[in-house]
Design a protein around this ligand. Structure first.
Ligand SMILES: C[S@@+](CC[C@H](N)C(=O)[O-])C[C@H]1O[C@@H](n2cnc3c(N)ncnc32)[C@H](O)[C@@H]1O
Length: 284
């Protein structure tokens, strides 16, 4: 639906089969929702008997999802009033958004959500507010998705704007599944919300102590095997095309054909993951 730094749009096909059978959990939580690709493109309506929780520390983004979930009809009505791909309108809205102090936003602010979504659904690169080529049709596609996918939005129970730890502690239970996708190590500066090395450590401590299950996305870094030894936490590795922008300053390793190894660290065994017969993905 929207482009977001570190978004998992191209990774749903291998991540979803690594998640536990949906019958084995009741609550699904994304403590770092971002663009929510695993939910929107993958799990979507298949979780219609579950409690679905979104959370992101970025207040503008959390407000977008809050309005998409709780004020969808009004949001659509206002969004349809804006012209697709209009440079003048885009630049004016960009200035307004950049001036907003996100600490002053109350979740549910429709006007801000319309404007922010206008920018982030059309922008060229997910880390900037640059307008793409006029032919992109991105705004129209976003509105179509928002309109057609009412069920998927209706299934989301809560949207929060909290720190990850608060949300993990609030929803932890033996029947909770957390899909955890923090800012990757050394790419933290791409996000509005600062994420420091101590936050990675705090996340590791928090996940090691939960009652529920988690699947955690990362690239490898020296401390990862210390925090999550493979003997105890199964790692699933996937070679993915190096995506510009997510690995600032890192040379592409040509020995692997320009691919990075994405890692999914889990606190459950392979037997809990989907069987081959159930790898059916629901495309958003
Ligand atoms: C890698 S992105 C998530 C991408 C997402 N899985 C997707 O498919 O689009 C990480 C997200 O974590 C959010 N974030 C950063 N620090 C956070 C914190 N302390 N608590 C919760 N969310 C945080 C960022 O705003 C960003 O949206």
């Amino acid at each position: 639906m929207i482009s977001w730094v570190g978004g998992k749009s191209i990774h749903t096909k291998w991540i979803i089969p690594q998640l536990p059978e949906k019958e084995t959990y009741d609550v699904y939580v994304e403590p770092f929702t971002g663009a929510g690709w695993i939910y929107f493109k993958g799990l979507g309506i298949s979780l219609n008997n579950h409690t679905i929780i979104f959370n992101d520390a970025d207040t503008l983004l959390a407000n977008d999802w809050f309005c998409c979930v709780n004020r969808r009809e009004e949001l659509l009505e206002e969004c349809f009033k804006l012209p697709p791909h209009n440079r003048e309108v885009y630049m004016k809205i960009k200035e307004e958004i950049l001036e907003i102090d996100s600490n002053t936003i109350d979740l549910g602010d429709l006007d801000i959500a319309v404007k922010h979504l206008y920018l982030i659904s059309q922008r060229f690169v997910s880390a900037s507010y640059n307008l793409p080529k006029p032919s992109s049709g991105k705004w129209e596609r976003f509105l179509l998705d928002l309109d057609r996918k009412a069920d998927i939005f209706d299934n989301i129970n809560e949207v929060h704007n909290m720190d990850f730890q608060e949300v993990i502690e609030k929803y932890d239970s033996p029947r909770t599944l957390f899909y955890v996708d923090p800012p990757y190590y050394a790419t933290e500066s791409y996000y509005m919300h600062e994420f420091l090395k101590e936050d990675h450590l705090r996340l590791a401590d928090c996940l090691r102590n939960i009652e529920g299950r988690f699947a955690l996305s990362y690239y490898d870094f020296p401390e990862l095997s210390e925090w999550f030894p493979e003997e105890k936490y199964p790692w699933y590795r996937h070679a993915a095309k190096n995506v510009m922008g997510t690995r600032k300053g890192k040379k592409i390793d040509t020995s692997r054909g320009g691919k990075d190894i994405e890692i999914l660290v889990k606190n459950y065994s392979a037997n809990d993951a989907l069987s081959d017969a159930k790898k059916e993905l629901i495309e958003f």
